[in-house]
Design a protein around this ligand. Structure first.
Ligand code: ADP
Length: 264
């Protein structure tokens, strides 16, 4: 049986096709989120990668911020439930998930079965999110995927005290104008993200294993800053940006199985 999970975020669209709730057959990430061509493209691309068409898929679960805008989906499930399930599949020892996406940060406590126990989310503010890092990358004239490499070369992080994205952007411009290196400024930006996310995480308690998911988990500089800030080991999901889509595909499988059992 084949199921598909689609995770439509504010910044990117992700999809995974799974076989029998145990094997990832194909996956795809498109760097365009809800309200763009991203959702349609990610479905087409993942089907193509699996050499399948819609008729080969038994059930589709959509998740993420834009989950209600996917007409072909059989069901919508919240990204919190999907992330919890996805992480449980990828790293079953996970008890706390730190998910940093394009416009939100979530810290989710999960039990040994991957069920959600509690969670917190950032308020409607870009501080500590992928968007914050994108704005800073633009000022620093680099790509978000270069930030980690830059912070790795830092000699001493330049403190960035503003959490507000707009004020922090001005602060970064001033620090660069004052002669600080890009590397040291990026390290300061990562520390700022870590402080912001840590304060959120402390509200639900950070029980090990702590695992980072979402696009920002690909930034090793942020992961390192989080480890220092929280003074705890932090693992990263092996497929960080796909965690929600994988969880959605797994929940889709569970739905079909349950329906089958009910009919038997
Ligand atoms: P959403 O689900 O909200 O659309 P994602 O979980 O896909 O968000 O994360 C998007 C964010 O991930 C971007 O804003 C960007 O900061 C970050 N990101 C994406 N790709 C990379 C990469 N290769 N390296 C570092 N950061 C990345």
């Amino acid at each position: 049986m084949f199921t598909m999970g689609i995770d439509i975020g504010s910044t990117s669209s992700k999809a995974a096709i799974m076989e029998d709730g145990s094997k990832i057959v194909a996956s795809c990430v498109i760097p365009f989120g809800t309200g763009t061509s991203g959702p349609q493209r990610v479905i087409e691309d993942v089907l193509q990668a699996a050499d399948m068409n819609r008729d080969n898929i038994d059930y589709i679960v959509a998740t993420g911020y834009g989950r209600r805008s996917i007409p072909g989906a059989d069901e919508q499930i919240s990204e919190i439930t999907c992330h919890a399930r996805g992480v449980h599949f990828l790293l079953p020892s996970t008890r706390t998930i730190i998910d940093i996406g394009g416009q939100d940060v979530k810290v989710i406590r999960v039990d040994e079965n991957g069920a959600v126990m509690n969670f917190v989310m950032n308020e409607k503010c870009a501080a500590g999110t992928g968007r914050f890092l994108e704005v800073m990358a633009r000022v620093l004239e680099c790509k978000v995927d270069e930030l980690s490499m830059l912070s790795n070369q830092a000699k001493q992080a330049v403190p960035i005290s503003s959490t507000c994205t707009v004020f922090a952007e001005s602060e970064v411009i001033s620090q660069l104008a004052a002669g600080n290196s890009r590397e040291d400024v990026v390290a300061g930006i990562h520390d700022s993200v870590a402080r912001r996310v840590a304060s959120l995480g402390k509200r639900v308690g950070l029980v090990p294993d702590v695992v980072m998911t979402g696009g920002v988990a690909q930034n090793e500089g942020v992961v390192k800053a989080m480890r220092q800030e929280l003074k705890t080991e932090i693992k990263t999901s092996p497929l960080p940006q796909l965690t929600g889509a994988i969880g959605a595909a797994l929940l889709a499988y569970q739905k079909v199985q349950k329906a089958k059992q009910a009919n038997d």
